[in-house]
Design a protein around this ligand. Structure first.
Ligand SMILES: [Zn+2]
Length: 672
């Protein structure tokens, strides 16, 4: 009896949905047509796929888009790596040679260990730490050169807080910390014994000290949310002399080791350092000053071992995986060495790999189509600004000016970093990494005072991602994301606009989210909003904060709550999702007015929303969901729910009754 009722209701729903058989096969295959799209659109769009999806043992999540493209790209990259391509071959072979790495043990970092252990004063250990920062192993703070927030045409020096070993929230959330503490302690002990040659008793003593320090450091750091807020509210330029005087330990010694004149008292573009938040550096300085020389040596030694744990012996790499892969990410099996090395080379030599990748997998027709779509989405966002009745005339004009100054970057960088002068060695993995990191640091520092290149990429062309850079006012779509299921030249317009169109709209909207809206079209931190309209924006944003904060993220294994989405932390992303979906839908409607489509209006609209949702179908371990709850992006399912709930066109397309789950009467409209 239960079965008959279930079947009947399934039939009724399918009849209501109308046209599953009209949908392209690749869409229908993922769907659960027995689900009601107005009750649970994610289940309707993804349920068929979800039922049979399996998370590979060496991963903590799988999905219908990013993972699929990532796997396809991995194959292309493996081919590139197995061909004889200069630099890539040497690097890849040096990474893969586990026998050689086992044989040499920690010899590749022996000099660094010796320098740390022979330091005999606070200054000397901090000098060693600063030298390690040049190799991308920062201990407490990290210098970086980027566009000046108040004059985005010029590159200037900034100081940032260094990252902790674990995410900050793992230390500050007492429940998580209590769970992780013994496992993290074991990791530190293993590294200090295997890499630092300590006895177990000494390693345990050191581990307690390191954890105690890191707990305090986590306490003084800015949270993700505070850092995001400081990004648009704090601007503290200082001369090198002033920075050295105020923060001699945390900044001064680093400036000196990096070759800056710490007595330079005048301040211009080539002689200044910008600090985001002075109270942060006050706290870091105080904390570093409170440590004894011996304690600082222990802390820096662990920083070193942790940073190199995946580049030395396989035993150290496994210790790293046991904590970060297994415990923190919930993976069941360690990734193969080939996979590790392929991932690593994309991080270390990303633009060089990307250059080969684009030649192998991207053509000028795709680039042209993608460019047309970006222009269509920009035109649609322009309509959105023009139609937004809550904007006053001046703010609207400023918004349109900002939009007109967007730079779009598609496919791959025009001038990729290929390290022409670097020679790599197939037998020296750590040496190769050090050479690349040192070169990157030197190249970055050489930018001080130079003109900002608005066409610069921050990730390689082989990364399945897209991004907006507020200070460059640029949107970037690497070749890797311009593929099925996001984009294909043979797709129906409804599919392309729903999938990649929404991604493009998302990135455009980032220029106008709670953070991006503080920057003008030239990338300067320069308020262009009237007070009343800014207030209106905040009200609309609060609506989205409240809506997403209401999402209870449920374990896919136990059905138990894992915690709520952090509506404030995710606000930039959720504004971008909402604006992106609306912008893409309008662009799609504009497009089909003068271009052919084989769909009826109703089927096309449905395919549009299904193509959007199917970009976000995922199956996740609890560990993965717990991690993503600390991220600025909500889990995929809730991104789908949130965006369609606020979308009138969605409710119309699926004829969702008022106050159904996916069509609540209270809607948040930002952007239009
Ligand atoms: Zn985003």
């Amino acid at each position: 009896m239960v079965k008959i009722i279930a079947s009947l209701s399934a039939l009724a729903v399918a009849a209501l949905a109308g046209s599953v058989s009209d949908f392209p096969k690749e869409i229908a295959d993922l769907m659960d047509p027995t689900a009601d799209p107005c009750t649970d659109f994610y289940q309707y769009a993804c349920g068929g796929w979800y039922k049979n999806a399996v998370i590979p043992a060496d991963r903590s999540t799988t999905d219908t888009s990013f993972t699929v493209i990532g796997d396809k790209n991995d194959k292309i990259i493996r081919d590139i790596l197995s061909a004889n391509n200069p630099k890539l071959t040497e690097y890849y072979n040096s990474c893969k040679d586990e026998a050689a790495l086992t044989a040499i043990g920690v010899t590749p970092i022996a000099d660094d260990l010796k320098n740390i252990r022979s330091a005999n004063s606070t200054n000397s250990i901090l000098e060693v730490a600063a030298d390690l920062a040049k190799k991308n192993v920062p201990a407490f703070t990290q210098p970086y050169v980027y566009a000046d927030k108040k004059d985005a045409t010029t590159n200037v020096l900034y100081a940032f807080q260094a990252q902790l070993t674990l995410d900050q929230e793992y230390y500050t959330d007492s429940g998580t910390w209590n769970y992780l503490k013994p496992l993290y302690e074991q990791y530190i002990v293993t590294l200090l014994m295997l890499g630092g040659n300590k006895s177990e008793a000494d390693a345990r003593k050191a581990a307690k000290l390191i954890m105690d320090f890191e707990l305090q450091f986590a306490g003084v750091q800015l949270s993700k949310l505070e850092a995001m807020e400081a990004e648009v509210s704090s601007y503290n330029p200082m001369s090198y002399a002033d920075a050295n005087q105020k923060y001699p330990l945390s900044i001064g010694i680093q400036l000196k080791q990096f070759g800056f004149n710490i007595h330079e008292g005048c301040m211009d573009n080539t002689n200044k350092i910008i600090l985001q938040d002075l109270s942060l550096f006050d706290r870091i300085e105080k904390l570093v000053a409170a440590q004894s020389v011996e304690d600082l040596k222990t802390i820096v030694e662990f920083k070193l071992l942790n940073a190199y744990s995946t580049s030395l012996t396989p035993a150290l790499a496994t210790a790293n995986w046991k904590l970060f892969g297994k415990v923190i990410n919930g993976q069941k099996a360690e990734p193969s060495r080939e996979k590790r090395c392929s991932d690593d080379i994309q991080t270390m030599l990303g633009e060089l790999v990307g250059d080969y990748f684009v030649k192998a997998s991207f053509d000028s027709t795709s680039a042209k189509r993608a460019d047309e779509m970006v222009l269509a989405l920009e035109a649609s966002f322009k309509q959105g600004i023009q139609n937004a009745t809550w904007l006053d005339t001046e703010t609207r004009k400023n918004g349109l000016t900002k939009l007109s100054k967007f730079v779009h970057l598609i496919g791959s960088p025009e001038n990729p970093q290929t390290y022409p002068t670097l020679s790599l060695d197939a037998k020296d993995y750590v040496g190769n990494r050090n050479k690349i990191n040192s070169q990157d640091t030197a190249n970055n520092l050489a930018l001080i005072g130079t003109k900002v290149d608005r066409h610069k990429w921050s990730s390689p062309a082989s990364e399945v991602n897209a991004w907006y850079s507020p200070r460059l006012n640029s949107i970037t779509f690497p070749a890797a994301i311009l593929q099925i299921p996001f984009f294909n030249g043979k797709f129906e317009p409804a599919q392309n606009f729903g999938a990649i169109g929404m991604v493009i709209g998302h990135e455009i909207t980032h220029g106008f989210d709670n953070s991006g809206r503080n920057y003008d079209g030239d990338g300067n931190l320069n308020p262009w909003w009237s007070d009343e309209t800014a207030l209106e924006f905040n009200k609309k944003a609060q609506c989205i904060v409240d809506q997403y904060s209401g999402f209870d993220v449920i374990s896919e294994l136990t059905g138990q709550s894992l915690g709520h989405v952090n509506g404030r932390l995710t606000l930039g992303e959720t504004i971008a999702d909402n604006g992106g979906l609306k912008t893409a839908f309008r662009a799609y409607q504009n497009y089909i007015q003068s271009n052919p489509t084989k769909f009826t209006q109703e089927t096309g609209d449905k395919v549009f929303f299904l193509s959007f949702a199917q970009g976000w179908c995922s199956k996740n371990t609890d560990k993965y969901l717990q991690r993503i709850l600390l991220d600025v992006h909500p889990p995929g399912k809730y991104r789908v729910y949130g965006a369609v709930q606020n979308n009138d066109a969605f409710a119309a397309a699926f004829k969702c009754p008022a106050n159904s789950n996916m069509n609540p009467s209270k809607k948040c409209y930002l952007w239009e």
